[in-house]
Design a protein around this ligand. Structure first.
Ligand SMILES: [Zn+2]
Ligand SMILES: [Zn+2]
Ligand SMILES: [Zn+2]
Length: 1013
């Protein structure tokens, strides 16, 4: 996947260059060199250009100061805030140019004004900014003659694939199931994790039946068992970054979620905390600590409020918050305990387009009120940013040893086990004679166990291990490099060696009982690697020679990290119970025995078999069409052990597989396939283990019923809309076969009539009759299976909800005559290209079309055969609204500046500047309307010329387009707002109808117009 070149990438102490992957498949990989993060301006009134993917500023927990955040990921929804020192003057000509790697990306002119002195630029669609691809960005903000420039970098992050499954849960003899809420459980994950929106793949898996008493969620052993079963859903290819099981309700202790680390978490579906519990629990898996009393805290990565006591998330020892600048939400009057995110940091939810106020860390306990009370702190963001991008930039987190002034070494990076910093660690290789790890020291070195000697020159980097003293793990070097290049968080799946997975439980008295073991092919990095531990597992050959050894402890993984509900208080989870272990050892062909030691004491021995049992499905035939409930049967031969256990997988392809059952015994299994995606060429795989050797059997290709798409959009029935609202329904559809269908062309029907085929449905209520309407969404998946869903809405009576002094009648009439405009952002200024579109929406939709088409064609010196090229629109920025502007120029209504014309006989080519993002003044707008009316009256074309004000002003006033009221007075230099433009165009439309068409004014009465809708 990523280019691996450990020497060149890891040698230098500088940030390793990131290799772009997937952005440009044709290129095969482009090296992106990040630039400096900087801000300059020629106007001190412009305080900052803030780039925001959730926060603009970080909070330094050592000093209590804020700092500009500079860790951004590519492909993520992003907003730009302009912070001004004084209230914004709405007459200013404002734009924001965006360049990536010195190439133009976009020019934004549409913005919102927030609390007087802040502007917010947020592209309507991520496509508008080329999906925020990886690169070095330059943001240039222009406000009349003032200019400010911010540069920063967007880095590609590792994709996350999250398997979400609902749990049928057991609660002290009560069995409960989930609803549908879990299906939309990734909202805060895609918002708050530094991963591109498109890179968070949230897979909805089948329900897990944990209704048996042994899975009782109200007990510690039951919870552990549920978590273990969820871990087992990981595919042989390690496809999932994380597996989230949703339990229907909190546990009796009030846990809203819990995890024992690794790759699986449990989250409570009910209540309003679900979305934040998803990120809370997943963050625990990256060693982020709790920020509530008695939780599992991490005073280094995300310091909890000062003095808050708990246990250390890595060591389990008592710990407390030592950063006096960190205070909890409950000490500033909020209901949650986590550290405060201050308004100065500007928490913003880009996907919801909401500026948020004071928030607290999502590592707080839950409150049962609203997940959006919580947000990410900058410390959590920075830590996860490093995990997901492999970037070593950002000096904010205090534990980076690169800050201590010492020379960076070759083996520097981030530990993939504990996520702490690794800095010039001791290096180890496995002794080829006795299998112990040997520390490399000097040019030649010896195994302390058996005395074999080794030479530095002979060390193969693929078999090199780095010892991380902070967590005690030995880190496989190739995996370490991959992890630190923004590569995989997971074990690479290439099956190079055979390994044996040893599972079992240590009772509180230290006795070991084994669970079923399996062997399989895996990458070398899968092997459990710690240099020391209370226990060891050794593999010996028939002569008693040790072939392999791993060390482990039986406490680290047993520490539960929970999330508690507010009203429950701190739960206790310290009853003694079994400690589950899973260690993976190399399993050479000649292995004969596994021995588990506690120190020197032998506590468990298993003789390994020499032959794997042979297993085969029976009863299934090629092409058989299966029902949702199918009994799978199999036979075994050649087994040299009695007790066999089985795992059954369902495959749709070699890349798409699901665990159906594990640790099955006997020779048949009743499979419920309801929750699995369907297909025509599917198969089952069964693994049979005798406790040491494992074999596999594959079924013939069968067909499993396709599932219909699941439409998850929600719009409350009876939702009411006013005329000024806009109805927008976006598709949220999950298809078991095709995944999320975000940008599919859905089919939309209004009151049973076909309407459109778009990814989302937009309608302005003023185009519909008042009353109840049913909007139907229809989705068809790749297998041709359809689903529909109805959204029932009510359009209120035509009572235009416009600002008070507005001429409601005129606007109602204009809208009723086919003038379509969204009635939002009415205070923002209108650009030339938007003005052209507004004038033309009437031209195209209403009668102005026929009126202008009546003008004799040959009366025009620059007729419709004029092709226009704007010199100020680069080819990278093709605005679809250009067509409207060109039409206006062709008619001579709008000016093409510095124009040159080339006559080609059949057509004329015109080149010039249109300044599409320039703002329209009242003078220009009035002249354009005057000329449009004059053209209609005289039935001629014209060429654009700037008229003297005295030529058009008297007529404009006489026609009623202007009057002397405060709302509608004439200020030639004033920039037109969208709202004011609507007023003028409405009056213009009424004048055209009454005067040019001679329509009876009564016919223009709103009631009359809507009467025959
Ligand atoms: Zn570590
Ligand atoms: Zn040795
Ligand atoms: Zn927690």
């Amino acid at each position: 996947m990523l280019q691996k070149d450990p020497d060149s990438d890891m040698d230098s102490g500088d940030d390793p260059p990131v290799v772009v992957n997937g952005d440009d498949p044709g290129d095969g990989g482009v090296v992106f060199e990040p630039g400096e993060d900087s801000f300059t301006t020629n106007d001190p009134k412009i305080k900052m250009i803030e780039v925001n993917q959730g926060l603009s500023y970080g909070y330094n927990t050592n000093t209590g100061n804020f700092y500009l955040l500079s860790n951004f990921v590519a492909g993520k929804e992003t907003a730009i805030f302009i912070d001004l020192d004084e209230p914004f003057d709405p007459r200013a000509d404002v734009k924001l140019a965006i360049e990536k790697n010195e190439e133009p990306v976009a020019m934004l002119t549409s913005y919102d004004v927030i609390d007087d002195n802040t502007l917010l630029f947020h592209p309507r669609d991520i496509l508008e900014v080329d999906n925020w691809g990886q690169g070095a960005y330059t943001f240039t903000f222009m406000m009349d003659d003032s200019v400010a420039v911010r540069t920063t970098n967007f880095h590609k992050s590792t994709p996350m694939k999250v398997l979400a499954v609902p749990i049928k849960g057991h609660y002290t003899n009560d069995v409960r199931s989930c609803g549908d809420d879990w299906k939309l459980g990734s909202t805060m994950l895609s918002a708050l994790f530094p991963v591109a929106r498109a890179d968070v793949e949230y897979v909805l898996g089948p329900e897990q039946d944990f209704s048996d008493r042994e899975y009782d969620l109200n007990t510690k052993p039951g919870r552990k068992k549920v978590w273990q079963e969820l871990c087992a859903l990981q595919t042989p290819n390690n496809d999932y970054t994380m597996i989230v099981g949703f339990m229907p309700t909190p546990t009796i202790e009030g846990y809203l979620g819990y995890t024992y680390g690794g790759e699986a978490t449990v989250v409570c579906e009910s209540g309003d905390d679900m979305l934040s519990t998803v990120v809370h629990e997943i963050a625990h898996c990256y060693k982020i600590g709790d920020e509530y009393k008695n939780g599992s805290i991490n005073d280094i990565l995300n310091p909890p409020p000062y003095g808050m006591k708990g246990k250390d998330i890595v060591t389990g020892e008592p710990s407390e918050g030592t950063k006096e600048h960190v205070i909890g939400g409950d000490s500033v009057g909020l209901k949650s305990s986590g550290s405060v995110i201050y308004p100065a940091q500007r928490a913003y939810w880009p996907e919801g387009r909401q500026v948020l106020g004071t928030k607290t860390s999502y590592m707080s306990s839950g409150t049962g009120e609203d997940s959006f009370m919580f947000w990410t702190t900058s410390d959590i963001w920075n830590h996860l940013f490093k995990v997901f991008t492999g970037q070593m930039t950002g000096k904010e987190v205090g534990y980076d040893p690169a800050d201590d002034g010492s020379e960076p070494g070759k083996y520097r990076g981030r530990c993939f086990e504990c996520f702490g910093e690794v800095f010039d660690p001791d290096r180890y290789i496995e002794c080829t004679k006795c299998a112990k790890m040997v520390k490399i020291s000097g040019d030649t070195f010896n195994c302390s166990d058996c005395g074999s000697s080794f030479n530095e020159r002979d060390v193969d980097e693929n078999d090199l291990w780095l010892y991380h003293s902070a967590c005690g793990y030995l880190l496989n070097y190739p995996k370490f490099v991959e992890h630190n290049q923004g590569g995989s968080n997971r074990t690479s799946g290439d099956g190079e060696i055979t390994v044996l997975e040893i599972r079992g439980n240590f009772s509180p008295t230290g006795a070991f009982s084994a669970e079923p073991w399996y062997s399989y092919k895996a990458g070398i990095a899968t092997v459990t690697a710690t240099r020391d531990g209370e226990y060891s597992a050794s593999v010996f050959d028939g002569n008693g020679a040790r072939l392999s050894i791993v060390f482990f402890n039986a406490n680290d993984d047993s520490q539960i990290n929970t999330r508690e509900g507010y009203k429950w208080g701190a739960g206790e989870d310290d009853e003694d119970t079994d400690i589950p272990i899973k260690v993976i050892v190399r399993y050479p062909e000649n292995a004969a025995k596994v021995v588990i030691h506690r120190g020197e004491e032998e506590i468990y021995v298993r003789n390994l078999t020499t032959k794997a049992p042979q297993v085969a499905f029976t009863g299934l035939t090629e092409g058989q069409k299966l029902d949702n409930h199918t009994t799978l049967t199999w036979v075994v031969s050649d087994a040299d052990a009695n007790e066999l256990t089985y795992r059954i997988w369902y495959y749709r392809s070699n890349e798409d597989m699901y665990l159906v059952a594990s640790d099955v015994t006997g020779s048949s299994y009743n499979a419920d396939l309801t929750g699995y995606p369907g297909g025509e060429q599917c198969w089952f795989l069964i693994q049979a283990s005798d406790g040491s050797r494992t074999s596999e059997g594959k079924s013939p290709k069968v067909s499993v019923p396709y599932r219909a798409p699941d439409i998850l959009n929600y719009l409350p029935d009876g939702t009411q809309y006013k005329l000024t609202d806009m109805i927008e329904i976006h598709g949220k559809v999950y298809d078991a076969q095709d995944g999320w269908l975000w940008s599919r062309e859905y089919t939309w029907y209004v009151d049973g009539q076909y309407d459109s085929d778009y990814a989302f449905f937009t309608v302005w209520p003023y185009t519909m009759a008042p009353g109840i309407h049913t909007i139907t969404m229809e989705v068809t998946n790749s297998a041709g299976v359809s689903s529909t869903k109805d959204f029932v809405i009510e359009v209120l009576e035509y009572d235009l909800d416009l600002p008070d002094p507005w001429p409601k009648r005129e606007i109602t009439v204009a809208l009723g005559r086919g003038y379509y405009q969204p009635l939002d952002k009415l205070n923002s200024p209108i650009t030339r290209i938007e003005f052209a579109k507004m004038m033309f929406s009437f031209y195209l939709e209403g009668e102005m079309l026929s009126w202008l088409e009546d003008i004799p064609f040959d009366a025009d010196p620059y007729n419709m055969e004029m092709f226009i090229e704007f010199s100020d629109l680069s080819n990278d920025i093709i605005d679809p609204d250009c067509a409207y502007a060109m039409r206006m120029i062709q008619l001579g209504l709008m000016e093409l500046k510095n124009a040159t014309y080339e006559d080609y006989g059949d057509f004329i080519m015109a080149y010039g500047d249109f300044d599409p993002h320039g703002l329209v003044t009242e003078r220009e707008a009035m002249q354009i309307m005057y000329m449009a009316i004059e053209l209609g009256r005289t039935q001629t074309y014209t060429t654009y010329e700037v008229l003297d004000e005295s030529e058009f002003l008297p007529y404009i006033k006489e026609w009623g387009l202007l009057d002397e009221t405060g709302l509608n007075s004439y200020n030639p230099g004033e920039r037109m707002s969208k709202g004011l433009t609507m007023v003028r165009i409405a009056r213009f439309i009424i004048y055209v109808h009454e005067t040019i068409y001679g329509l009876d004014p009564d016919l223009l009465d709103p009631e009359y117009i809507y009467g025959y809708d």
